[in-house]
Design a protein around this ligand. Structure first.
Ligand code: SF4
Length: 394
């Protein structure tokens, strides 16, 4: 067994051991765990088996945002697929053609190729994340993803790397001496949803304690209230999470907070009912959006956003809010702002200026401590204040 992870089998696919990153993972495994044959080819999606394999496609891809809704211009760095947690609402259950934990052995070569793309476009800002097709840190004690990625991204002037997680697996990350241009972010929900629907994930309090430790150790952090779910006494539930947020986190060092409501492709409904019979997330009424996904009715979504946004703005005047996959109308009703084009926070420049003012101009000795050097402030001004593809200020 791997400490902290419930992985019983590691299937080493052809070519995986030819890559340095793959070999380092194999070196970390307890003896006897790696094998060539799949122990249960019929157990599609089993979370106790990890497949180590070379990835054949591109490693850096634009987030599959939808033309019909406002997109934040995110780029996904493809490090692996699926994650050891078992959230009932996880869209990966219906999205992945090959379910199961997959970790890419040729990540190092893939990242170097992706970074050549980043370096060849110095005028473009790349907001990159690894948490779309997996959890960025859930497998970090085994994969060492953070140890590979953080040193490479932290020294780039035109990229911000976001590591998005629901876990408290931050030890590998904290051991690294890099903070610049790295955002560590947590998905949050009400304690009720976390306990009932996010199987295997630490409590909201534990996530926030991990975030607090990252803040204290110099990382800029972010949060994602996504998916917001209507459930009995949802206001009280989300209020409780906001109280915990206030207890553990300094709002001045939060770079962005996204809000998104439950959405899913219709085919996911069948899988949720079959795999998570105790789930209540399908209670209530949904409509099909312009992108084919099922969503709550617009006034319900706007009400969820308005409640969270109102309370978050009491916590800090500009908490870096943006909505994920919503229309102009919902931005206006829920956040009371209209974003121009592909942006995610009109107040971003003010917010970053506040962070800079509160923590002072960067000095060499501050760089690790604050995580915000002049360069990264400039980057984040662009990343938060306008399109992710905008020209970096000289
Ligand atoms: S943490 Fe994310 S990737 Fe993992 S099961 Fe939950 S929703 Fe899916």
């Amino acid at each position: 067994m791997i400490p902290g992870l419930d992985i019983k089998h590691v299937v080493v696919e052809e070519g995986a051991a030819e890559h340095g990153f793959g070999r380092r993972i194999l070196d970390r495994l307890p003896p006897g765990l790696a094998q060539r044959a799949d122990p249960g080819p019929g157990r599609s999606g089993a979370k106790d088996t990890l497949y180590l394999l070379p990835h054949q496609g591109a490693f850096l891809k634009p987030c599959p945002g939808t033309r019909e809704y406002i997109c934040c211009g995110y780029q996904i760095l493809h490090v692996g697929t699926d994650c050891p947690l078992g959230c009932s609402y996880c869209i990966l259950q219906s999205y992945l053609s090959k379910p199961g934990l997959r970790v890419f052995s040729n990540l190092e070569e893939g990242v170097d190729r992706a970074l050549r793309t980043v370096d060849s476009s110095p005028q473009q800002i790349f907001r990159v994340g690894t948490g779309e097709f997996t959890d960025s840190l859930a497998l970090d004690p085994l994969t060492g993803w953070s140890g590979l990625l953080v040193p490479k991204f932290s020294v780039r002037k035109n990229a911000v790397l976001e590591l998005k997680t629901k876990t408290d697996r931050i030890n590998e990350l904290l051991r690294l001496p890099f903070r610049d241009r790295i955002v560590v972010s947590w998905s949050l929900n009400s304690p009720h949803v976390a306990a009932r629907e996010e199987h295997g994930a630490p409590s909201v309090r534990k996530r926030l304690q991990a975030a607090s430790r990252c803040q204290r150790e110099g990382f800029v952090v972010g949060f994602h209230f996504d998916p917001l779910i209507c459930h009995p006494q949802w206001r009280e539930g989300y209020q409780r999470t906001l109280e915990l947020l206030d207890r553990y986190i300094k709002p001045q060092r939060v770079i962005w907070i996204s809000l998104g409501s439950l959405r899913f492709m219709p085919e996911l409904k069948v899988l949720i009912r079959r795999r998570h019979p105790g789930s209540r997330i399908l209670d209530g009424e949904f409509i099909k959006g312009l992108d084919g996904k099922m969503r709550y009715f617009r006034p319900i979504r706007a009400g969820l956003y308005a409640f969270l946004a109102g309370n978050l703005r009491k916590w800090h005047a500009n908490p870096g809010l943006y909505l994920c996959m919503e229309s102009d109308e919902v931005w206006r009703e829920g956040l009371e702002v209209v974003p121009p084009g592909r942006v995610f926070d009109r107040g971003g420049e003010d917010r970053v200026a506040q962070i800079r003012d509160e923590f002072g101009p960067a000095r060499a000795a501050d760089q690790v401590q604050t995580g915000l050097t002049g360069g990264s402030v400039a980057l984040l001004v662009v990343a938060r204040g306008a399109a992710a593809h905008q020209v970096l200020p000289a």
